[in-house]
Design a protein around this ligand. Structure first.
Ligand SMILES: Cc1cc2nc3c(=O)[nH]c(=O)nc-3n(C[C@H](O)[C@H](O)[C@H](O)COP(=O)(O)OP(=O)(O)OC[C@H]3O[C@@H](n4cnc5c(N)ncnc54)[C@H](O)[C@@H]3O)c2cc1C
Length: 91
């Protein structure tokens, strides 16, 4: 723990910050989805998610809520690396 770490009790440190198998930085949609995936792959792993704010501070709690799969120009660009069938499957 560095000098800026919160003043943790022995029990808090032992419970939350020791023997951690995976640490994820950021509790946005990417970090939480990563944690869920890790939990599925490693059911007994200790997974720590650290977030800089009291609440998530990034785009995940501020976005418009649309399920985006790409704009028309992105889909056309995908054709450079995907077959048409793969691109349509993504859509
Ligand atoms: C206004 C707006 C509208 C949007 N609308 C849509 C939409 O309609 N549909 C869509 O699909 N996408 C939309 N997006 C994009 C989408 O929200 C983002 O792509 C997505 O939320 C990114 O998720 P993320 O987990 O990668 O990042 P974030 O949600 O930004 O999460 C990163 C987290 O990491 C934390 N963090 C950063 N640095 C540290 C650190 N050093 N220590 C600890 N924690 C840290 C941050 O506080 C934050 O909580 C929108 C984005 C914005 C800004």
């Amino acid at each position: 723990m560095n000098a800026n770490a919160p003043n943790l009790s022995y029990w808090e440190y032992k419970s939350w910050f020791s023997n951690v198998d995976f640490t994820i930085v950021g509790s946005g949609i990417t970090g939480l989805n990563c944690a869920l995936r890790l939990r599925a792959l490693h059911p007994s792993a200790k997974i720590l998610i650290v977030e800089r704010g009291n609440l998530p501070q990034g785009a995940s709690t501020k976005n418009a809520g649309f399920a985006c799969f790409g704009s028309l120009s992105e889909l056309i660009a995908d054709l450079n690396t995907h077959s048409e069938a793969k691109m349509l499957e993504l859509v």
